[in-house]
Design a protein around this ligand. Structure first.
Ligand SMILES: *Cc1c(COP(=O)(O)O)cnc(C)c1O
Length: 459
């Protein structure tokens, strides 16, 4: 018999209640995400194919569709304890402001120096790199949260860290760069002339403000051409969703403790890691037929991979040096307008989420930027936290759904992922306040240009 408990503003977990395992949702998927393909042979990438690029243990996790639970190594659990559990907050103040009968909860991942959930996977990836005896790792960063998280993780394990930062962010967010350098990372604006692929992109698109796809190509090139280095990625990959499952597992333990079951789970989706992590154990129940949840991915209307993209094998990077993944994609040549979708600017989407979306287990919505900032401000004013623009995509839809409940009188329980804080995004907030923010929505013709670059392969 479960008695009804009063829900506190913040549901914390005791140290003894913290997750000891990550949950691998692939184990419960009937249709597994399609394997990464070797772009040369179109055969599935083997562990040996991937070994020059990625760390060995991470490759094992990437290719493992069967193991349901992964024990979290003790060193990683110990690091997690410095900033986890992340707060699960009942948004009483927001509910009251909206006068909604909905019950709103958010899982706040911004309470660490990276300002986002990215540290959950960064610390895991750095740990496995160190264990393999590597000298360092290379990566790309878009808005800067991943680069910061990885810099923190690398300094903790004394690894060298080379970050290729999308040029538009490098210029808009000089302080992010300094945070990374504080943790000992070297930061290069991408595209750069330090790599062959960067020089080629600069020649083809002079004056380009860069994209995650370009920066990935550069970081991979540096990793494979320097002994003792591997490349690490902060989103999209199966291994990253595995590590990020700590968000959902924690949220579920906390909600179960109070007998709360969300009707609806909402998260922003760039490459899909926070959403994939938040929904993981809930999706597991859904896949096993034990429970049902409405799951909504929210993406920017300026970079609409799910809502307007194609489900196809595509390159993961602009330089086409990475394996191909089957995903919802806008084409690896798609470079979104330089607006402020920040960390949600990637052309593709996690293969796991793509498959789940394709199979009807989740839905997706695209939202416009000014509407996102309107929600961000509304949230900041009542809940106190100044949200990242990325996170505010989820806030937008959570508020929309809460307002819908107000109309219908439904008392739905909404859980959304508040992935981070927006202190480094004040240029974007400034544009919004000054009425200078625009809602760029690509035309069908714009998208066709990106689709034209999707390889035509029959499998
Ligand atoms: C990177 C980032 C995202 C988007 O990445 P996902 O892999 O889709 O989670 C969202 N919010 C914040 C704060 C981020 O740093």
């Amino acid at each position: 018999m479960s008695e009804k408990k009063v829900i506190p503003y913040k549901i914390y977990l005791e140290e003894s209640e913290l997750p000891k395992t990550w949950y691998n949702v692939r184990a419960d998927m009937k249709n597994k995400p399609a394997p990464l393909l070797n772009p040369g042979t179109l055969q599935p990438m083997t562990a040996a194919d991937l070994a020059p690029v990625f760390c060995d243990e991470l490759i094992r996790q990437e290719l493992d569709n069967d193991t349901r639970e992964y024990p979290i190594p003790q060193e990683i659990q110990d690091f997690y304890k410095m900033y986890r559990p992340s707060p699960l907050v009942r948004a009483y103040c927001l509910e009251q402001k909206l006068q909604t009968p909905a019950k709103i909860y958010y899982k706040f991942e911004g309470n660490n120096t990276s300002g986002s959930h990215k540290l959950n996977s960064a610390i895991a990836q750095a740990y496995y790199a160190k264990k393999q005896g590597l000298k360092g790792v290379t990566t790309e960063t878009g808005a800067g949260q991943w680069g910061t998280a990885l810099s923190m993780a690398c300094s903790y394990f004394e690894l060298d860290c080379k970050v290729y930062m999308v040029k538009v962010s490098y210029e808009q967010k000089p302080f992010r760069r300094e945070v990374m350098r504080t943790y000992g990372a070297s930061v290069v604006p991408s595209p750069s002339d330090t790599t062959a692929v960067g020089r080629k992109i600069l020649e083809q698109f002079p004056g380009t403000t860069g994209s995650l796809g370009c920066a990935i190509s550069e970081a991979v090139e540096v990793a494979v051409s320097n002994p003792g280095y591997r490349y690490v990625l902060g989103s999209v990959l199966n291994q990253v969703l595995l590590h990020q499952s700590v968000i959902g597992v924690e949220a579920k333990i906390a909600m179960d403790k109070y007998g709360v079951k969300p009707d609806m789970i909402i998260g922003c989706a760039g490459g899909g890691s926070n959403l994939g992590g938040l929904i993981a154990p809930f999706m597991g129940e859904k896949l096993r037929g034990e429970a049902d949840y409405q799951i909504i991915a929210v993406e920017p209307a300026s970079c609409p991979s799910f809502t307007r993209g194609r489900f196809a094998y595509d390159f993961c990077d602009t330089g086409m040096v990475c394996p191909m993944a089957k995903m919802y994609t806008l084409g690896s040549g798609f470079i979104p307008a330089p607006n402020h979708a920040g960390g949600l600017r990637y052309h593709g989407m996690s293969s796991i989420l793509s498959q789940l979306y394709h199979d009807g287990y989740m839905e997706a919505r695209a939202v416009e930027q000014t509407k996102v900032f309107e929600a961000a401000e509304q949230f900041a004013r009542v809940e106190g936290i100044l949200p990242a623009p990325e996170s505010s995509h989820a806030i937008r839809v959570a508020i929309d759904e809460a307002l819908r409940c107000k109309e219908t009188g439904e008392e739905k329980t909404i859980l959304f992922g508040l992935t981070g804080t927006g202190y480094f995004d004040m240029v974007a907030y400034e544009k919004y306040h000054d009425g200078l923010m625009t809602d760029y929505i690509p035309t069908d013709a714009d998208l066709e240009k990106g689709f034209a670059g999707i390889p035509k392969i029959d499998l």
